[in-house]
Design a protein around this ligand. Structure first.
Ligand SMILES: C[S@@+](CC[C@H](N)C(=O)[O-])C[C@H]1O[C@@H](n2cnc3c(N)ncnc32)[C@H](O)[C@@H]1O
Length: 217
């Protein structure tokens, strides 16, 4: 997995034991309640590939509705927590780089990526999408969700690099500080990103998150 940002891997490995605190913030409760119903509903009866599943918060909600779920992440530590989720025995888990999803994973009619696109450098978005779409069947549904700019109140942008990517300096509970790429694509940028490959784009602006859904032809 040479294409994985080692700093990001270290950050998510260290954070894995308490990562789920992001889903317990009271100001996010209404959004999470909506997404817990809306995301699985997009995948009823489909075989779903989840990219960058982390600790499997969304995986556990996909499992009861999807025909099958394969949940992947590039970091072993969060995957270890995902494997402990209720119903995890009905899913498959694999260590996989989102930029190089292997053919051995199979072919899927749905794909989900939660809080992942924001970590993809702008120049690598086409690479990620090519990797993802290569694993999908015609007519597959793709859903991505991510933080909107409300998150900047807690973690302001510390740097913008020459490629237009924005970076946060994120503290962890042990006092270490990590430089993490975090972009905030607009609705227009998301639509442009898939303009050549997608049909039926749908964008939803929530209080703390955006949700984006499209279908492959
Ligand atoms: C913000 S977390 C998202 C976790 C989960 N999807 C969620 O919504 O709660 C980002 C995840 O991306 C993973 N990651 C980092 N680089 C990756 C890569 N190149 N391919 C796949 N996953 C990667 C990290 O290990 C981490 O678990």
């Amino acid at each position: 997995m040479t294409s994985v940002d080692p700093e990001m891997k270290r950050y998510y490995a260290q954070r894995a034991p308490y990562y789920d605190a992001v889903y317990a913030k009271p100001e996010r409760a209404a959004d999470i309640a909506f997404l817990r119903a809306w995301i699985p509903a997009q995948f009823a009866g489909r075989r779903v590939l989840e990219v960058a599943c982390g600790t499997g918060f969304w995986t556990q909600h996909l499992i009861p509705v999807a025909m099958a779920v394969t949940a992947t992440d590039a970091t072993e530590e969060p995957l270890g927590f995902a494997r402990l989720r209720p119903g995890a025995d009905k899913a498959a888990f694999a260590l996989a780089d989102a930029y190089a999803l292997p053919e051995s994973l199979g072919r899927f009619e749905g794909a989900f990526a939660g809080l992942w696109l924001s970590h993809v450098p702008r120049r690598r978005v086409p690479e990620f999408l090519a990797s993802l779409h290569a694993r999908l069947a015609p007519g597959a549904v793709v859903v991505m969700i991510d933080n909107n700019e409300v998150q900047l109140k807690e973690l302001p942008i510390a740097e913008t690099d020459a490629g237009g990517d924005t970076w946060q300096h994120r503290p962890l509970r042990d006092g270490s500080v990590h430089r993490v790429l975090k972009n905030f694509p607009s609705k227009a940028e998301l639509e442009a990103m898939v303009a050549n490959v997608a049909q039926a784009c749908e964008y939803r602006a929530l209080e703390n998150f955006w949700a984006f859904r499209y279908r492959l032809p």
